[in-house]
Every structure is written in C-alpha cells, then in structure tokens.
Write a protein that binds this ligand. Sequence first.
Ligand code: S3P
Length: 443
Amino acid sequence: MQAPDSEVIVTERIIKPAHNLTGTLRLPGDKSISHRYAMLAGLAEGTSTFSNFSTGADCASSLGCVAVLGAKVEWLPEDGPNAGRVAVTGTGGRFSPSNAALDCGNSGSTMRIMSGLLAAQEGEFTLVGDASLSRRPMERIRKPLAQMGAQIALTDGHAPVTVRGTNLTGIDYTTPIPSAQVKTALLFAGLQAEGTTTVRESVRTRDHGELALRAFGATVERTLDSVSITGKQKLKAIEAAVPGDMSSAAFFLCAAALFPESNLVLDGLGLNPTRATLLDVLTALGATVAVLNLEEKNTELIGTVQLNPPPKGLGGTTVSGALAAQLIDELPVLAAIAPYSRNGIRIRDAKELRVKESDRIALVVQNLRAMGAEVEEFEDGLDIPGGQQLHGARIDSGGDHRIAMAFSVAALRAEGDTAILGAESAAISFPEFFDMLENVAER
Ligand code: S3P
C-alpha cells in the first residue's frame, strides 16, 4: 500500500541573479515543533490552539493523521499576524483505531514519531508514505520500540509500517546514530509505558520533543547526554505560538551572506540552541550575526536575528562530527553557497544526508557540477573549493524541498538564469519560499 507519488516534477521555476537581500521577514512556524505539537495535542485532553503553525505539507500530514485517529483539527480564519492558526481537540489519551491507512506523505518525522506514539495505543494502525518516504529506513524505530514490547511490522525495513498497539515497558536506549526523530518516537512511547524510558545520545539532537512534552505538562528529566520520561502521564492542551523555522531561515541567511550589501532581519525566529548552530557557522565564515529580543515562550527560545555579511566575502570552514549532525538540514544550502566562499567548505560525518528525502550528497554534487562548480564527493560528505564563479543551469531537485531551495540560493549569485525543476517540492516545508525570496532579493 503506497500513497500517491509526490515526486512527479510539475513546476519549473526560473531564478535570476540578485545584488543583495534586504528586508525584514517573519518565517512560518518551525516544522519539527509543529509536528510534535500536532501529535501531542491530538493525544492531550482539551483543545490546543497554535498560531504560526507550519504551513508545510509535512505538518499537514501530521495533522491529517491525528484527525483520522479521532482528534478534531480546525484551521482558524487567517487574520494577519495570526495566519497559520490551528485548533486541535485531543482524544484524552486514547486514539481511535482506523481502517484507513495513515498517510504520512513525504514526512519522515510523521511516520517515525507517530509509530512511537501509536505503539502503546489499542488497535492496529498502518502508516504509508510517498515513494521517497517508502525508500527511507524505518528499522531505526522498529528495533528500540520492539525492545519496549511494541509489535511493529515493516516491509524489508521500510514503509508501510504496521503498528499493533500493546502495553509497553520503559527501556534505557543509546541511539546508534544521532536522530531526534528516533529519540522523540521513544519518548512519546515512553510517555505511555510502564516505568521509565531513557534515551542516551552522543550528540544532543534537537530537543523539541522533550520541550513539547514539558509544555503539555509532562515531567521529563535531562542530563547532558540523556533524557528520561516516566510513563502513564497525562497531557493537557496548550496555547502556543510556534517560533519561525531556523531551517527555512537558513536559505535566507545563507543567501544574504553571499552579498556584501545585504541587510536581513528575521523576526520571531526559533533560537533553540540545538537548532541555532548555523548562526555560529555563518559567524565563523565572517558574517556578523546579532540576536535581539530573546525570550522564552512555551519552553522554546524565540528572538530576532540580524545578519550583516562579511564585507570581503565569506571565508571558509569545515563542518564535521557533532556539528554535522546538528546542521543536518542546513548542509545542502551551506554546500550551495560554498563555491562562492574564498576558502571553500568541507563537510564530513554527514552520511545521514544519503537517506533523507533524496540522496542529498549525490544531488548536491550533480547540481553543483551542472552549474560549473568543482566538487569532490565522499561517502559521508563533500569538499567544495572556494573562489568559484557558477553559471545558471537546469537543476534537478529530485522532488526534494531542501535541494530545490538550496539551489535557488546558489542561483542568486550565478551568471545567467537558473531553472529549478520540481520547484513545487518547496511546499513540503515552506510554501511561501519563492514569494518571500522575491520580496527581499534586490536586482
Ligand atoms: C527532524 C530530525 C532530523 C531532521 C528532520 C526533522 C525532527 O531527522 O533531518 O528534518 O523533526 O526530529 P533525523 O532524526 O533523522 O536526524
């Protein structure tokens, strides 16, 4: 059973070169936080209301799943700053089994995290995805959830995922590869299990799962490298504004950094330290990044970021080890701006890029070469020398939203026009991307 293939390339978008990026933007809500809020609100008691909820198709998949499972999901009328308001009335801890398959679309977070949430629920549930999601590894969630007692069947390690809910027991688990999706799936299962579930990780991955659990009233204990939850806790509905998505902001921050005359301000941006590593990398590359108005809202940090590019252009850097894991979603756009730096960018320890929505290492290499760049490919990364001038080309996004947006950024400093094939895939995380880019790109 497979949902329709969302990879069919239907839209070509032409990106013209620009001189700089100038203006103020407010990014749509963070995708990772929106997924977690949708799922926990679906399980909680009462009606949760979110403003600035992610407008991406991925989070709509999570909302769609909880709706099929008995939660009531209602988009509230869009009214200026409250655009993206959604209300979710939860099921009070008990999802209804459904004969309909749960369609996760293109979203790995939906499939993996929902599997954890459903593992302790009564009934049988089948999660399906599009062609890209059906190729992605699911054993990483099946194995630890099975240790908790879960009954999960995969097809050759992949979707469809069939979960037969049962009583779970807490475990102490060390993740073999850093993954916030796996950690969150285990914590959401642990919330409903007997005893305590502990997840240990070698790199602290994004911690929105644990923070969202706290926001919904659960007790979660943390040490530097572990997070624990004791089961049988109940969640209460919340009202929250979702911070702007740093991984979407990354396209604008990197694009602005390419032009000495840019001046970009991003308001209401999520600044959770497990997500803000890009700001350190841009600083290391020579940009000036100012963080203003920092506040904590519903356990998450939010603030304003002002980026001023280095007057003499970007320097160079290496991203490897823990940095590579924390920057995993930003690596395609960092690679896309690397040829324009003076000293190049080297990326290692990023093998996970090969099992994202596409093989992101292969597609970055293919598309950089199409634009005339020199690049060396490694199994776990790439070396991109600096001081290169690229030319416009036809870019194959492979139906991968981050590839489509990363190469739209590379196109801004290329000679001539660039065509992004499969540009519609941007809507997976960021439907407003091209309109916002046109608003701030000065030509
Ligand atoms: C995510 C975690 C990361 C990231 C993905 C979203 C999340 O995946 O790449 O876009 O919301 O937890 P992994 O957990 O596979 O590293």
